[in-house]
Design a protein around this ligand. Sequence first.
Ligand code: GBH
Length: 495
Amino acid sequence: MNATANITNSPEWNCIHTNDSETMFPTNFAWGAATSAYQIEGGWNVDDKGPSIWDTFCHEGGRLVFEGQSGDVTCNSYELWEEDLRCIRQLGLTHYRLSLSWSRLLPEGITRHVNQKGLRYYNKVINDLVASDVLPMVTLYHFDLPQALQDQGGWKSPEIAAIFDSYARFCFESFGDRVKLWITLNEPYVCAKLGHEDGIFAPGVKEPGMAAYLVGHNMLRGHARAWHSYNVLYRAKQGGSVSLAINSDWAEPLDPASPDDTAATERYLAFTLGWFAWPLFVTGDYPEVMRSSIEVRSKELGYQEGSRLPRFSKDEPSLLGTADFFALNYYTSRRVKPGECCPGVLGLKSDQDAEGVVDPSWPVCGVSWLAVVPDGLRKLLKYIKDTFNNPAVYITENGFSQVGPVDMEDVQRCGFYHDIIQEIARALREDGVDVRGYFAWSLLDNFEWADGFSVRFGLFHVDFSRPERPRTAYRSGREYAGIISKYRSQTMVNI
Ligand code: GBH
């Protein structure tokens, strides 16, 4: 039985907008949705799984996770995977992006000890997807470092790059016959900044202006090694692609006529997108403006020149060229002006010396950081095309959140999905950006990190008060299924 047909042919299918006659998508465009292991799986200590830094962070108390919640059970996808598969099939997705829990596969983080039940779980997930004609995009790391590795210094330790590489090889070896799209690391920016500067994400380290650069550096080193491993050992026989998912706002000057605002905007983009994209796509090193800003601030503060932003060693594999496509997580936009933050202070914000503000005309959905700016995605895609030599781009995350009382008839989110898909169509057609796919965040309502279950990004509602964790499509889920069905079939008619 094809569940997709049920939904999209239903007469109550009425929130699709039809005035987009020119909208077209390439034949193999990926229509996806995304999740991550810690946010949906639960089963935090079953079947030999080792703890991750998020287990520790949520359990140790004193952390600012909403109402002391955790991902101990969350959507219980470890036991309810088949329910997730039903949702995936109902939407008619061509692709599903999931992440692997490193400490579920390797309880101590290293390959000496493999948890066979974890291996079996992911094999089933991947096999079920492939059998349903849904292609998996697999992220190796989405914020959940094995605690055993954190105990040895975590991402601050230089040894982590080689340890990550051997985990990556284990995954390529185990799943690469069926998985052709790989993301090594999700959002190193978030891990570095929120995890090691602000301390609001695991592992809760607060070392402003120091640890984040080191962590970002070791993440890049680990990514590069994993990419080279794939390239040398697996590419010929498996034929897949490997990248790293970079999150970035779109940014433009608060006053376009102001040279100060323009320069601040350049710094803003360099310290988010550029930090990770420049090494991979442009020079093999950090953006020049990032290095110079940090050096200026370091001097003012009496640090040795350049000492806070590490340098890549010539003895290690090069970063340049280690992304087979551009993986972009886009959520929001900012207007930018020079920072108001105190020059004497050590920290990323002070180094960056740029402040992003929300334009009063932009609606803010749910969480305060999420101003809804669909055309910012189109502008960012154009910028990526021009700056990074026209890469193939997958939008690996994008979404719209809900807070407060559950609204199953979420018409605003329906409108949002409609608008964002139109912006992608324009980027393809009018700007010539090589967009290969779109992954909505998220398939399910889930554990939204420090916001716990108070912020809902799902296309499916999950009732966390009931042990069966029932999943129910929001109206926006049905809307997205309709969009997919419309553009997929249209594509098929046109080939
Ligand atoms: C993604 O990050 C994550 O990959 C995903 O796991 C998550 O569920 C999804 O976003 C939705 O949040 O609290 O003011 O410091 C998106 C990039 C960067 C957006 C950090 C939120 C925090 C702003 N995120 N940002 S603040």
